[in-house]
Design a protein around this ligand. Structure first.
Ligand code: VGL
Ligand code: ZN
Length: 208
């Protein structure tokens, strides 16, 4: 498949805390890095998302006494899964994986910065109202198609792809350049939701 100049690669949360050995490890998360680099080399437009939480963030189980990671609590905007502390602003765990080699990345979108609101998506925070500005950036640059890779497939990658569709972009997820947390069937549910929304699920071979 030729890569249109009107397309962008969105590299989601390839950060130390999501790699085995980190605070919220995604199994095999490190294995995607060489493939993400190869894909990135094919795109003129590369955008990276970086989970970037203040200490004490509302999505951290440690902020909810009596609760542990993976519990679900009610916050003003709805249900929130709780996580181990991760990707704290300025911490080593929040840095990109050292093997990520995408020096032509033009934009880094940091998300989850609001202490009271989580943001899986690189477009829209979990209150479904606060935008990151990514849709406007892409539109101003004439981009109509996004390819999404990174971590975790069943959370940040999925919500980014769904919101890309909702914002009017063609959206593809390069499945073998992602890995999932897969908690309580979340991977199968994510595949189903993306298919229903018209997100194309492809393999890196389709692009390389
Ligand atoms: C993510 C859980 C919490 C992700 C981020 O990148 O998928 N998951 N924060
Ligand atoms: Zn997070």
């Amino acid at each position: 498949m030729p890569i249109s100049p009107r397309s962008a690669l969105l590299v989601i949360d390839v950060q130390n805390d999501f790699i085995p050995g980190g605070r919220l490890p995604v199994p095999e998360g490190d294995l995607i890095v060489p493939l993400v680099n190869r894909l990135g080399a094919r795109f003129k437009q590369v955008i990276a998302a970086q989970d970037w939480h203040p200490a004490g963030h509302a999505s951290f189980a440690s902020s909810h006494p009596g609760h542990g990671p993976y519990d679900v609590v009610h916050l003003p905007y709805g249900e929130q899964t709780l996580w181990p502390d991760h990707c704290v602003q300025g911490s080593p765990g929040a840095e990109f994986h050292p093997g990520l080699d995408l020096p032509h990345t033009q934009l880094i979108i940091r998300k989850g910065c609001n202490p009271d609101i989580d943001s899986y998506s690189a477009f829209l925070e979990a209150d479904r109202a606060t935008v990151t500005g990514l849709a406007g950036y892409l539109k101003e640059r004439g981009i109509d198609t996004v390819y999404v890779v990174g971590l975790a497939l069943d959370f940040c990658v999925m919500f980014t792809a769904l919101d890309a569709r909702a914002a009017g972009f063609n959206a593809f997820v390069v499945m073998d350049a992602c890995r999932a947390i897969d908690h309580n069937g979340s991977l199968a549910a994510a595949v189903e939701r993306m298919q229903v929304a018209g997100v194309g699920l492809i393999q890196s071979n389709d692009l390389l």
